[in-house]
Design a protein around this ligand. Structure first.
Ligand SMILES: *Cc1c(COP(=O)(O)O)cnc(C)c1O
Length: 406
């Protein structure tokens, strides 16, 4: 039955997409979206889909939010770009607001998540050099994902991402995620300057750490003078039911990075820091031509505004609990399902084994779901403002697909 369904789907979907002039960096599904509204997308055949991927955790307010549309068109008609040679007031205002919601002191704006992490890694290294450490070492975790630039892929623990790109940047040490003793073993390593972790590992399939892990990390870092760097690129901006995931544990990192949901789709990255870490970069030590441009910053300001006005942090928490409950009720005891996990609007359903063509099956059923771990994990990163009825539909479609797996 499964094979027949897929065959029909492939026949229906247009064979005419010609992406032959694109470098082969992605295996793309045979569907092209032309319009979106809230969490609904339409493809070029007019078929309607429910979006539980959110552009990979980016469109946190859904598609075509009227306030975002208005903000972009007004700002675009006023000013797009001037460069950081001058005062950029939208950037300064966003920095103030971002520091307010994150309890950080200062922020540097880049254009992507990887670039935000580059800035974090550079701050950590320079912080080390300032302390007289010639080979500053950063501890990261197994199964982590921090990006695809040379520094961030070196920090990442994924051989597929690193293959063919050696020599990597040296001086990253990998320890087990969610294992504080494993980090403690490096206590005597005088070169260590920082620990860099995702509060919830996203690309690895939504790995949630135990309560207390981040607090223990904070204590360990304080004890040894290490910087705690939290990569909140996927977890941040309300997704887990707090502005940032570390706020669930009432700790503060020294450096924190954000990107994906920050401007609801306008490219932007932020590297925020606190205390001594906030003073490491000086004129000439780092920069970005596009970073912090008026359009991206004004859109981020509006995104934060909408999250506050529409009380979406609470919504992410409550609808997240509701969605998880719906999924647990519909497929929680199904033999194909081995675990349902996650926090807020960052959920995963782990299956008993890997399945081929899961993403296609979901598309055919009218749902966008992100499939990770080679087909073993269904990852959900919907907009944080989805309705309860949309949450119910997500659970129902997941049920409909899972019962067909053979
Ligand atoms: C997506 C992601 C990145 C990389 O962000 P890009 O914008 O793709 O460069 C880094 N860290 C985490 C945790 C991510 O989820």
């Amino acid at each position: 039955m499964l094979k027949k369904l897929l065959k029909n789907f492939r026949k229906e979907s247009k064979a005419s997409y010609d992406d032959s002039a694109l470098m082969d960096t992605y295996t793309r599904l045979p569907v092209s979206f032309v319009r979106g509204e809230g969490s609904i997308l339409w493809d070029d055949d007019g078929k309607r889909y429910l979006d539980a991927v959110g552009g990979l955790a980016v469109t946190i307010l859904g598609h075509s939010h009227p306030k975002i549309n208005e903000c972009i068109s007004i700002q675009a008609s006023k000013l797009l770009h001037v460069s950081n040679l001058y005062q950029v007031q939208e950037q300064s205002r966003l920095a103030k607001k971002f520091c307010e919601i994150s309890q950080m002191d200062k922020v540097f704006f880049a254009n992507s998540g990887a670039e935000a992490n580059e800035a974090a890694i550079k701050i950590a290294r320079r912080y080390g050099h300032n302390k007289g450490i010639d080979e500053p070492t950063i501890i990261t975790t197994k199964s982590s994902f921090h990006g695809r630039t040379m520094a961030t892929l070196s920090a990442t623990d994924n051989q597929k991402i690193q293959a063919g790109f050696t020599p990597l940047l040296s001086d990253f040490l990998q320890v087990e995620f969610n294992n504080i003793d494993n980090i403690g073993e490096h206590a005597s390593n005088q070169n260590v300057v920082a620990v860099m972790v995702e509060p919830i590992q996203g690309e690895a399939g939504i790995n949630v750490c135990d309560p207390g892990y981040l607090q223990s990390l904070r204590m360990l870092c304080d004890e040894h003078g290490w910087l705690l760097i939290l990569d909140e690129i996927q977890t941040g901006m309300g997704r887990t039911g707090n502005w940032f995931a570390y706020q669930h544990e009432a700790i503060l990192p020294d450096i924190m990075t954000s990107a994906k949901g920050l401007a609801n789709g306008m490219p932007i990255g932020a590297c925020a820091a606190r205390g001594k870490a906030a003073e490491v970069l000086i004129p000439g030590s780092h920069g970005s031509t596009f970073g912090g441009n008026p359009l991206a910053c004004q859109t981020a300001l509006t995104t934060i505004d909408v999250i506050e006005q529409e009380q979406l942090i609470e919504a992410a928490k409550n609808t997240g609990v509701f969605l998880k409950k719906q999924i647990t009720q519909t497929v929680g005891t199904h033999p194909r399902v081995s675990e349902i996990r996650g926090k807020g609007m960052m959920l995963a359903i782990e299956l008993d084994r890997a399945y081929d063509n899961l993403a296609e099956l979901f598309l055919q059923a009218g749902l966008l779901a992100s499939i990770t771990k080679k087909g073993k994990v269904i990852r959900l990163l919907p907009a944080i403002n989805i309705s309860q009825s949309e949450a119910k539909s997500i659970a129902r479609i997941i049920h409909n697909v899972i019962i067909k797996l053979d």
